[in-house]
Ligand binder design. Structure first.
Ligand SMILES: NC(=O)c1ccc[n+]([C@@H]2O[C@H](COP(=O)([O-])OP(=O)(O)OC[C@H]3O[C@@H](n4cnc5c(N)ncnc54)[C@H](OP(=O)(O)O)[C@@H]3O)[C@@H](O)[C@H]2O)c1
Length: 234
């Protein structure tokens, strides 16, 4: 399937989350990234803010609305200033799970409101290792002794009731998940721009050998949305 100027219904069909069985070992995991035509995942300001656009925001919001949990590395939270997540217009706010070995919940999350105009925002949880010192007022999910174990983390999310997890990066966390065979789909947006040499801005932090298969895509205002099945044969 490849859609040109899709309607909202078309996009819902393209990105529908497959139903997983009750006894699945882990939730369905989709990773969502934006990159430029020259393959950079950050622009001159060192974040994705300078490479995204309204078409990407439309799909970004849709993917969030389909997730129970948004999983993100602490580096991205620090760099992009994430706070607790707002609810989409007709839905509930996903939980934000921040992955960190250091065990510090970034200030932007701690300082974000728990309510937005009276509407509750999603919970924020820190996924970390037992060796990290606890932090006052931070809900922790301990998933490993000396480092965060991604398999344990996803099992813990399943046990909290998550059926669908959206990983919003960054490259370090994506590399861990891909390397461990824990990603089902990669939603990759290509923004119609070239930023050139902006330093270290690659999709992953290590070489990986990951089989992928085309699942479908769309083009909206010159921005290309690709959906890849990862490890499609198991
Ligand atoms: N274009 C896009 O769609 C997109 C999406 C996301 C991010 N980005 C960009 O990516 C850049 C950040 O890259 P990054 O690789 O530093 O991002 P990252 O993976 O979000 O952050 C790395 C940090 O997150 C924690 N972390 C990540 N994986 C972990 C693991 N497996 N176990 C334990 N902790 C883990 C660690 O935090 P502690 O240091 O606290 O231990 C680590 O230092 C920024 O420029 C950001 O704008 C782009």
């Amino acid at each position: 399937m490849f859609l040109t100027d899709p309607t909202d219904d078309d996009l819902h069909t393209l990105y529908a989350v497959p139903t997983s069985s009750e006894d699945a070992e882990r939730p369905f995991v989709r990773a969502n990234f934006i990159m430029t035509v020259d393959g950079r995942i950050a622009g001159p300001d060192g974040t994705s803010s300078s490479i995204n656009n309204p078409a990407d925001k439309r799909v970004f919001d849709l993917l969030r609305s389909l997730a129970d949990t948004v999983l993100v590395g602490a580096g991205t939270v620090r760099g992009e200033g994430y706070g607790r997540l707002e609810a989409p217009p007709a839905g509930r706010a996903p939980e934000l799970v921040v992955v960190s070995n250091s065990g510090r919940m970034p200030d932007s999350v701690l300082e974000s409101p728990t309510h937005d105009g009276g509407v509750p925002r999603g919970r924020a949880v820190l996924a970390t290792r037992a060796a990290a010192p606890p932090q006052d007022g931070v809900e922790r999910l301990v998933c490993g002794d000396d480092e965060v174990d991604a398999v344990r983390l996803l099992r813990a999310l399943r046990d909290r009731g998550a059926r669908s997890v959206l990983c919003e990066g960054g490259p370090s966390l994506l590399t861990t998940l891909l390397d461990a065979g824990l990603v089902d789909e990669l939603a990759l947006t290509t923004a119609p721009m070239i930023v050139g040499d902006v330093g270290d801005a690659s999709l992953t932090t290590a070489p990986l050998d990951v089989p992928m298969r085309w699942r479908g895509g769309a083009v909206i205002d010159g921005t290309v949305f690709a959906l890849w099945g990862v490890n499609p044969d198991g």
